[in-house]
Design a protein around this ligand. Structure first.
Ligand SMILES: Nc1ncnc2c1ncn2[C@@H]1O[C@H](COP(=O)(O)OP(=O)(O)O)[C@@H](O)[C@H]1O
Ligand SMILES: [Mg+2]
Length: 358
């Protein structure tokens, strides 16, 4: 990632009647960066891409792409490439003509267009498919054609809206690698939209998390995963558990908390407003109630084998009205855990996080 800003949303707001689809978004994306927009359905991701591509005009704010203000320019004048989930290829055009389509309005000869299209097909590893029609391709191949078409115009930024959503899991993993490779080989800025946090984790230089039209968090995947800034991000991005807080007070230089029958102190100051105590599923250990941990008994309600890992849903015994806790454990540690077993669980204090819960 370069530090130079390639793209900037400044105070962008977009309303559809009474619905505020995007609200006061400020976001600077580095030139050549791969940024993921992640958020639940309806959080404003597609709207943000449409504003960038020129299919919508903002009610307020400005969009700057490579030092040019573009928010009111027509789509064709923006030099933005777009890839959709449903490929949106032209069924009556061959693969080669699909890829060269965007070049028709750039005053290039047929020979130039074909040469460029062939180069793009080789970039996405579809040499020899020139004369096929979209219906003669698999879903993954169609999406490669769509990516080649979007890249053919040499866009300043490539936008992808849930491009792998229609593919099965194995193909999705392959295409994720393919997108990483392409991004590596090109200098283009990529904006990638997904509602899948694992996809965001594997692909992104940085992740921008959307919630109800607002940008709620921005950071490197690992930082957001390990140090979520809010309960929303903790739950949505790292599937973190929300732990009950029975009491919480400032105590000298720290914060004293009672939870799940234990009492402990975390460093730092008590934040203003509502707070939540969260723990990542992999922070909860089985059968290890050593000092320095919050330990408690729980009953296994569900156990799912995930290969190297086992995921358990556990009910803390102290109060069966509490929600289930998700525990991700190595196969070795969880090998004997069966539904209805009682387990001793422990969370090291340093793995507990107190976060904003608004
Ligand atoms: N053309 C439209 N007319 C009215 N409301 C819309 C339109 N497009 C999107 N919305 C609303 O704007 C909000 C954000 O939608 P969208 O950007 O599509 O979210 P996402 O892509 O994150 O699922 C949603 O509440 C959606 O219903
Ligand atoms: Mg969408």
């Amino acid at each position: 990632m370069t530090t130079q800003v390639g793209l900037e949303f400044k105070n962008i707001t977009k309303r559809y009647g009474p619905v505020v689809a995007v609200q006061d978004v400020n976001l600077a994306v580095g030139r050549g960066e791969l940024l993921t927009l992640l958020g639940p359905s309806g959080s404003g991701k597609t709207t943000l891409l449409k504003l960038l591509a020129g299919f919508e005009v903002p009610d307020a704010g400005e969009i700057v792409l490579n030092d040019r203000s573009i928010a009111t320019l027509p789509p064709a004048a923006r030099n933005v490439g777009m890839v959709f989930q449903n490929y949106a290829l032209f069924p009556h055009l061959s693969v080669l003509d699909n890829v060269g389509y965007g070049l028709r309005y750039r005053g290039q000869s047929k020979a130039e267009r074909h040469a460029r299209a062939k180069k793009m097909l080789s970039l996405v590893r579809l040499e020899g498919y020139d004369d096929r029609y979209p219906r003669q391709l698999s879903g993954g191949q169609q999406q490669r054609v769509a990516i080649a078409r979007a890249l053919a115009i040499e866009p300043d930024v490539l936008l992808m809206d849930e491009p792998l959503g229609a593919l099965d899991r194995q193909l999705r993993l392959e295409m994720e690698q393919e997108i990483r490779r392409l991004h590596h080989e090109l200098d283009t800025t990529f904006i990638y939209v997904t509602h899948d946090q694992e996809e965001a984790l594997t692909l992104s230089d940085r992740v921008a998390i959307m919630r109800n039209g607002r940008l709620t968090a921005l950071g490197a995947p690992r930082d957001l995963y390990e140090q979520p800034p809010s309960a929303f991000v903790a739950r949505f991005f790292s599937n973190s558990n929300l732990l009950p807080v029975d009491s919480i007070v400032t105590n000298g230089n720290g914060i004293r908390i009672c939870s799940l029958g234990g009492e402990f102190e975390l460093p730092g100051k008590l934040p203003d407003g509502k707070v939540a105590l969260v723990a990542n599923p992999s922070a909860i250990q089985i059968g290890d109630s050593r000092p320095g941990t919050l330990s408690f008994k729980a009953r296994v309600k569900d156990a799912v084998f995930l290969g190297e890992l086992v995921q358990l849903q556990c009910q803390p015994c102290i109060n069966d009205k509490l929600g289930l806790l998700t525990v991700r454990s190595s196969l070795a540690a969880a090998a004997k855990a069966k539904v209805d077993d009682f387990l001793e669980l422990a969370i090291p204090f340093e793995k507990l996080r107190l976060v904003d819960d608004n």
